[in-house]
Ligand binder design. Structure first.
Ligand SMILES: [Zn+2]
Length: 405
């Protein structure tokens, strides 16, 4: 048992609590409220964290730890297609040792900036056996592409298990509709639906991808055409509609980017029985780096879509910090409610990971995944302080255990 006391406890799912406390037993939250009341019920002496906001650990809904070593490696691409050519050239010169180092650095940086869970797209799952147990929950979503060579059936035959003691789980991630075939999407969708594990993909990210699917033309089309990609699924509407109509996206799919949605796509997300269950991930810093078409946040929210934030990789962002992502989102939409923004890095991605009620909020029964931020103000200003926060966190706990830094 552990009793943590803080100047403010910010549960996300309820109002901020001045002089609050959280009681933890066996890694789970068993009580939250005013320090005096929680302490009286527990009979414990609190560990007083002092002038901090204690809040749920943040959840990164889109990350590529593999590419942490590529920070600022590609400066201002003129087009998305140019960036893809550039990253492919750089990747051919990166060794396994470099990738292992990148994963370690990415995990450490994520923890430093308050992330306690993440959906990570893993391009090199064989490397996982060579890293030590991560101190946070990671859903390792295996990246799948078949534009150059087919993906072996064995990937879909065996159930995958994390090494002993690791927190999080597995998932599948067909890369994007221009590099993964409809057949590959379908197999991954079936695999994830059967096992109830996350399915994620990059979708409707760039104007060039949009031109490829809607018009069957443009620079991305030409690049993929030179690799011999089929044209059968092109020129027939948006990639979202194409995949949905082909039954290639499972319920609860986590769709990253979604920058080029038109009115018909938004209507699908609002009304289609499967599309209604999708989660959308926006990566504000990466979005700004590429200069993508404007992200339709207001229209998505009106359509009832749950939006989460992600950092994407450091090949298009500068830091694995969801606080930085919240700040950038705030600059883009100054009128966006702070509470709503905080939900995009807590309860919304928890639902995307199929962990609603267990992650992303301080509530009875949830995992005690917590972070502290320095704060000496009034309880009324807690949400604004969270959104404006810049420095590393003062502490993190995963399953009630302090994470060493
Ligand atoms: Zn990505």
């Amino acid at each position: 048992m552990k009793l943590l006391r803080a100047r403010v406890v910010y549960p996300v799912c309820g109002p901020a609590i001045a002089d609050g406390a959280v009681l933890v037993r066996a890694g789970r939250i068993v009580a939250v409220g005013k320090h005096r009341a929680v302490r009286a019920g527990s009979g414990l002496r609190a560990e007083d964290l002092g002038d901090v906001i204690l809040m749920p650990g943040l959840i990164n809904a889109h990350c590529h730890l593999d590419y942490t070593g590529l920070r600022k490696a590609i400066l201002s691409p003129r087009t998305f297609t140019q960036w893809i050519r550039r990253i492919n050239a750089i990747k051919s010169a990166v060794s396994d040792a470099d990738y292992l180092a990148a994963i370690r650095v990415g995990i450490a940086e994520s923890v430093r900036f308050g992330t306690t869970s993440m959906l990570n797209i893993e391009s090199f799952p064989d490397l996982m056996g060579r890293i030590e147990r991560p101190p946070l929950r990671i859903w390792w979503c295996r990246e799948l592409l078949d534009v150059r060579k087919p993906v072996g059936e064995s990937v879909f035959r065996r159930a995958q298990r994390l090494p002993h003691g690791w927190l999080g789980g597995w998932g599948m991630s067909p890369h994007a509709p221009y590099t993964a075939s409809v057949g590959l999407y379908r197999k991954a969708a079936r695999y994830c639906a059967m096992r109830r594990i996350p399915f994620t993909t990059h979708l409707a990210e760039s104007a060039e991808e949009d031109a490829m699917f809607r018009l069957g033309s443009g620079p991305l089309h030409d690049l993929l055409d030179s690799l011999g990609r089929t044209k059968r699924d092109l020129g027939r509407g948006s990639a979202l509609r194409g995949l949905l109509e082909a039954g290639a996206l499972p319920r609860g799919a986590v769709l990253a980017h979604m920058n080029t949605l038109d009115v018909a796509d938004l209507e699908l997300l609002r009304t289609h029985p499967v599309a209604k269950t999708f989660h959308v991930v926006h990566c504000p810093v990466s979005h700004r780096y590429f200069g993508h078409p404007e992200f339709s946040l207001a229209a998505l929210r009106r359509a009832g879509v749950r939006v989460s934030l992600g950092t994407d990789s450091l090949a298009s962002a500068d830091r694995l910090s969801l606080f930085g992502e919240m700040r950038t989102a705030r600059e883009t939409w100054p009128g966006l409610d702070e509470v709503e923004l905080i939900r995009m890095v807590t309860v919304n991605p928890a639902a995307a990971l199929r962990r609603a009620g267990r992650l992303g909020e301080i509530v009875m029964g949830a995992h005690a995944d917590l972070i502290g931020l320095p704060f000496a103000g009034s309880v009324r200003d807690a949400a604004a302080a969270i959104v404006a926060h810049k420095t590393p966190v003062t502490g993190s706990w995963v399953g009630g255990r302090g994470v060493p830094r």
